[in-house]
Design a protein around this ligand. Sequence first.
Ligand SMILES: [Zn+2]
Length: 137
Amino acid sequence: MVQIARERISALFALAEREAGGGHRDLADRYVVLARRIGTRYNVRLLPEYRELYCRGCSAYWLEGVTVRTRLRSGRRSRTCLRCGRVRRTPLGDRAAGVPSAGAPTLRAAPRSDVALVGAPTEEEPTERPDDEAEEG
Ligand SMILES: [Zn+2]
C-alpha cells in the first residue's frame, strides 16, 4: 500500500509539473493538494525533490518567477510564495537543499559489443591444371 501511495504521489507531481507548464496553475495546485493528502493518509514522506516544488502554506505548485520568488542572501536561500506570502528558508553551502534522492534511478551503461572481424582477406591460389590427358600412341 505504501508503494502504491508513493507511485501515486510521483504521478501527481508529474501531472502538476505538466499542468503548470501548460498554464493550468489551479490544476497543478490541486494535484499538489492530492499528493500531500495521500502522503498524510498513508504516512508516506514526500521525496525531498518534491518538497522543493510547492508551498507548505497554501500547497501552491511553485513555478519559478510566477508563483515563487527565490533570493539568495547571507548564506541562505529564501523562497517566497507569491500566493500566500509564506517564506521558506534553506541554508546554502555544502549541505544545501536539493540533495539527490536515494531512490533516483541510476543510469546503466550498455554492454559494449566488440566488433568481430568479418571477411578476412583470402589469397586466391592459382589453380593448377594437371595435364593428365595422355596421348594415345
Ligand atoms: Zn503559499
